[in-house]
Design a protein around this ligand. Structure first.
Ligand SMILES: [Zn+2]
Length: 238
């Protein structure tokens, strides 16, 4: 082998090792991000993305797309609620409503948000259903949340198309629909004045509980969503 060929081969090897090394050496895989992963830094386990991107993923269900605001969701929620009202006697919608009732019935006792920290995600997920039930959120509104998120994603060309993003966004909307735990203490202060202490605690809207809640919502609402989205698409094409 000539020196020239050897050098060329070595150069190619080196380029390949550097290219592979970029993954192995643990850089964040999000395009444009130059941070190293927690695994590479020895500060965590993630080999996929840097800490900031993992954190974003935990909160929003997407590495890059933020959560939808109430304002962005509002027109789609209204459209979903109107559609559900017009289709309330449709067997798929009736089954969906029964599915939400079943989640409510299986959710068990209401746990105050102040006691949820540190409990496993499936327990916190049940508590989220119990909160919706006890806040008397109509099951049809729970279905509307899933439909609204599906429609918002469909009408946003830049939205994350992964199923997990849809699940997390819908679960966040459910979290917003159920109130947190609110407490109020009154006691008499000096000179007979009334001292009021209030505590407002909302469950943290992030992490695995959102995935569980979103998955369960998808299971009860996906057949309804398929009908809604098909009709929505037809109307859009006319
Ligand atoms: Zn990153």
């Amino acid at each position: 082998m000539t020196t020239w060929e050897t050098r060329k081969r070595r150069k190619a090897d080196l380029s390949r090792r550097i290219a592979e090394g970029r993954d192995d050496a643990g850089y964040c895989r999000i395009v444009g991000c130059t941070q190293r992963t927690p695994a590479a830094r020895g500060t965590g386990l993630s080999r996929r993305a840097c800490r900031a991107h993992e954190d974003h993923y935990g909160r929003h269900g997407s590495y890059t797309h933020g959560s939808f605001t109430s304002k962005a969701l509002a027109p789609h929620r209204q459209a979903a609620e109107a559609w559900l009202a017009a289709h309330h006697a449709d067997p798929a919608v009736m089954r969906g409503v029964l599915g939400v009732h079943a989640q409510y019935a299986a959710a068990g006792q209401h746990l105050p948000a102040t006691r949820l920290a540190g409990l496993p995600p499936f327990v916190r997920c049940r508590a989220a259903w119990a909160r919706l039930r006890d806040a008397k959120v109509p099951p049809v509104d729970v279905l509307a949340a899933w439909l609204a998120v599906a429609a918002t994603i469909a009408s946003d060309p830049g939205a994350d198309r992964h199923g997990e993003f849809r699940q997390v966004q819908a679960a966040k909307l459910l979290h917003r629909m159920a109130s947190g735990t609110h407490r109020r203490w009154e006691r008499s202060g000096p000179g007979g004045s009334l001292e009021v202490t209030e505590l407002h605690k909302y469950p943290a809207s992030r992490g695995r509980v959102l995935r569980h809640l979103g998955e369960q919502l998808e299971r009860v609402a996906e057949a309804v969503a398929a009908l809604f989205m098909a009709e929505r698409e037809q109307a859009g094409n006319q």
